[in-house]
Design a protein around this ligand. Structure first.
Ligand code: C2E
Ligand code: CA
Ligand code: CA
Length: 530
């Protein structure tokens, strides 16, 4: 098929059509409704070529009205035979291709299940509103427990539910608001703000009410609960995607707070700082930037060091020292406590082996390692410890594990099993921070606990506080009755140590004996009493 072509001449600075071929005519390009537009589109280009050294130039041309718009790729070349002001124009019609691209784009911005704009399309909507300077807010509606429903009922039912939810949500909106499906179980609502922030809450309530009634699907009836996060456009100078993310962040906050939450930058900053710390901690574990400090635990009657407690320390790339109270919670929340905990056990036992080697036998002390409740839930601690013990050749009684009461609260039966497995390995078990949690007497009696560690909060300042003395006495009595030993934490004065010894406490730990020490200083204490 011939390409539409025409001869163009530049006459008094304006392009005119000299002749054209049949294809040009058949394409209707010389019609009175079209030709002037085409010529107008050409005028600058023809001048450009006339003044240039080149033989030809190529450029896109679009003309027509909004409904009947046509798209061409044009090639304009100098005419070989005729004068310097004569040109040949060739046009390749791209209109069909252009339409395909447009409908493809529409498809790319539409969720095929609900027919609503998808995340991309919803973002486009927000951008239009942002560009227009109209006050707006984004509400993200998250369907709780949707994943479980999907798993239990199958994706067909889940799809049907999503379609029905979309319809109800649409019904709850005002005419100027729009809605999109921005994730598997997440819808986004873009609302115009006319009078103020209350409007968003009113709409959120309407959405909640719309979702409240049970959904009658073909084969099931289900109840759906939505959590709603709101982010106001006025608070942002970012882009659409950021606004959506902020509303999603607010949804996350509904897990710990109420059903509808408004995005607050401070909470976001805090979460981001946590996340940054998590990333840094992950690297620290990989690059082995953590180390252990060792704090002696002494026999209160003889004053001898009986063990060291291994306490994690983290010096980051900038040389800042972080303390466990900052990074252990982050490690627990992120699951990093599993590799961190394994590392601590490994490192502590490697250190003990080294001290044994230097002594030329049993160095006379044991090692205490902290095991967090989360670590106990997520890792297979008895296996990990069994392997480390056999690798180092240490006997189990050299290791004391410090667990907290919160470890037992979650799943007492499972933890009892784990503790028994640990006892089989020969390790001793201490109940850390005793008195701060919710130990039930029943469990305390049943569990294979060797030592109760009385929390620092009861010990420090005890001499001046009758209530604290009473608690400490009670714990000591309880331990004795159950055949357990006791360690008092946080002893900062000689007098306090003596009093605790007199009250029958077995061991003591605190700054008065030593702060957590580096390995060399710890070894010096061991060597001194050998
Ligand atoms: P914790 O097990 O109760 O450890 C005792 C904490 O009290 C240590 O804080 C220690 O430095 C501090 N301390 C000892 N004696 C005194 C004293 O006389 N006065 C005062 N004011 N403080 C004293 P640290 O090292 O900051 O550790 C805090 C907590 O972090 C530990 O509390 C423990 O629960 C946790 N932790 C530390 N290392 C690890 C670890 O490797 N794994 C796990 N899961 N937790 C760890
Ligand atoms: Ca401890
Ligand atoms: Ca403690």
């Amino acid at each position: 098929m011939a390409i539409p072509a025409a001869e163009i001449a530049l006459v008094e600075g304006r392009p005119i059509l000299v002749t054209c071929n049949t294809a040009f005519r058949r394409a209707g390009l010389n019609e009175v409704s079209v030709l002037p537009m085409l010529i107008a589109a050409l005028s600058l280009r023809v001048e450009e070529l006339a003044g240039a050294q080149r033989e030809s130039i190529e450029f896109p041309i679009a003309f027509g009205d909004v409904i009947d718009r046509r798209y061409f790729q044009a090639t304009l070349a100098r005419s070989a035979q005729d004068g310097p002001h004569n040109f040949v124009l060739m046009l390749v019609d791209h209109t069909a291709q252009h339409h395909t691209e447009r409908s493809l784009r529409r498809e790319m911005t539409t969720d095929s299940l609900t027919g609503l704009p998808n995340r991309q399309g919803f973002g486009d909507l927000i951008e239009t509103v942002m560009a227009a300077g109209q006050a707006h807010a984004v509400l993200v509606v998250d369907l709780n427990r949707f994943g479980r429903l999907n798993a239990c009922m199958g994706s067909l039912v889940a799809d049907e539910l999503l379609i029905t939810v979309a319809r109800r949500l649409k019904g709850a909106l005002r005419s100027r608001d729009s809605i999109g499906r921005i994730g598997g179980n997440e819808f986004g609502v873009l609302m115009m703000i006319d009078s103020g922030g209350d409007e968003a809450h009113v709409l959120a309530e309407r959405i909640e009410r719309a979702l409240a009634a049970p959904f009658r699907l073909t084969d099931f009836e289900v109840n759906v609960e939505g959590s709603i996060g709101i982010a106001f456009g006025a608070d942002q100078d970012g882009d659409a995607e950021e606004l959506i993310r902020h509303a999603q962040f607010a949804v996350k906050q509904t897990k710990s707070a109420g059903r509808t939450q408004v995005y607050h930058p401070q909470a976001f900053t805090r979460a981001r700082a946590q996340f940054a710390m998590e990333t840094a901690l992950r690297h620290a574990i990989e690059r082995e930037e953590l180390h252990l400090a060792y704090q002696p635990i002494c026999d209160l009657t003889t004053g001898q060091v009986v063990s060291f407690e291994a306490l994690a320390r983290w010096r980051d790339a900038e040389g800042r020292e972080h303390f466990p109270s900052d990074f252990i919670p982050v490690a627990e929340e992120s699951g990093l406590i599993v590799p961190l905990g394994r590392w601590a056990i490994d490192q502590a036992l490697a250190q003990l082996t080294e001290w044994d080697r230097r002594t030329g036998g049993h160095c006379g002390i044991r090692m205490s390692v902290n095991v967090s409740a989360i670590q106990l839930q997520r890792d297979v601690i008895p296996d990990v410890i069994g392997q480390t013990l056999s690798r180092t050749g240490l006997s189990g009684d050299r290791l004391m594990l410090e667990l907290t009461e919160s470890a037992i609260v979650g799943d007492p039966d499972r933890v009892t099993g784990i503790m028994e497995a640990l006892k089989t390995l020969g390790t001793t078990i201490a109940m850390d921070d005793f008195g701060t949690g919710y130990s039930s007497m029943a469990y305390l009696q049943r569990l294979p606990i060797d030592v109760l560690k009385i929390d620092r909060s009861f010990v420090s300042g005890m001499l001046a506080d009758r209530d604290k003395i009473a608690i400490v006495r009670a714990v000591l009595g309880l331990a004795q009755a159950l055949g357990m030993k006791t360690t008092a934490e946080g002893i900062e004065t000689v007098e306090l140590g003596q009093t605790l010894a007199a009250l029958g406490c077995t061991y003591g730990q605190g700054y008065v004996y030593a702060r957590p020490l580096d390995p060399d200083a710890a070894w010096a204490m061991i060597a001194a009493q050998a």
